[in-house]
Ligand binder design. Structure first.
Ligand SMILES: [Zn+2]
Ligand SMILES: [Zn+2]
Ligand SMILES: [Zn+2]
Ligand SMILES: [Zn+2]
Ligand SMILES: [Zn+2]
Ligand SMILES: [Zn+2]
Length: 222
């Protein structure tokens, strides 16, 4: 089911004109958080301005299990305010534009990264859910054998650590799905302008892979 446009335009504080929700749009770069998007966008056609569904609707403050000590404040910083390069504490990629911040701790996080689930099912480790945590049992990913620097999904009792992007969350994820995800990650992504956000985007794609692959087979690839 595809609707091109729905609901009333919204007025968002990051843009002077009203934005209209468009479903099934395809690839875009979010002008709020400057990372990739696919599918639903809040769009100003005359300015070619897009916002993620999430960036258009995320609240001014929120609590996250990733930083339980304090409430996080939503911040929007234009290019003029970016003398210091900020990195997301969760995905280690740079932050521009819209993000969440904890002032006392200097904690920064992409709006999209606040959507990462606390617990995921990892198919090769069916006994337990893995939990998103800052430190783990080891610094080696059991899937790719690569080094893990900071946040990872882990099973503490079994000493299992997995990169966020290496989690295999869907049992139905066969070779065809992997190919599509590879396509997202390596191919199509490179045609988009920002160099950051790819990691978060890939993680969220992985975790919601069924939805996205349906979108792609219905609209983009084929
Ligand atoms: Zn965004
Ligand atoms: Zn506009
Ligand atoms: Zn991030
Ligand atoms: Zn804090
Ligand atoms: Zn890995
Ligand atoms: Zn376990």
């Amino acid at each position: 089911m595809k609707e091109m446009s729905s609901s009333m335009p919204i007025q968002h504080f990051t843009h002077i004109h009203p934005l209209t929700k468009v479903d099934g749009y395809g690839w875009f770069t979010c002008n709020g958080c400057n990372t990739y998007g696919f599918g639903t966008t809040y769009r100003c056609v005359s300015c070619d301005y897009d916002l993620h569904d999430h960036c258009a609707t995320c609240p001014p403050t929120l609590f996250s299990f990733m930083h339980p000590q304090h409430e996080l404040q939503r911040v929007f910083r234009g290019p003029e305010g970016q003398q210091n390069r900020r990195m997301c504490d969760i995905c280690d990629e740079s932050i521009e534009g819209l993000y969440y911040h904890c002032e006392p701790c200097g904690f920064d996080i992409h709006p999209l990264c606040t959507r990462l689930p606390q617990h995921v099912r990892h198919v090769p480790h069916p006994a337990h859910y893995l939990e998103l945590s800052h430190s783990g049992a080891s610094n080696t990913c059991v899937v790719c054998r690569g080094r893990i620097q900071s946040w990872r999904y882990k099973c503490g009792p079994c000493r299992v650590d997995v990169h966020m992007e290496c989690v295999t969350s869907s049992a139905s994820r066969g070779p065809a799905t992997q190919q599509i995800c590879y396509y997202i990650y390596q191919g199509q992504g490179q045609q988009l302008s920002p160099s950051m956000g790819r990691r978060t985007f890939a993680i969220l794609m992985t975790l919601t892979v069924g939805v996205v692959c349906n979108l792609i087979s219905g609209g983009l690839v084929g």
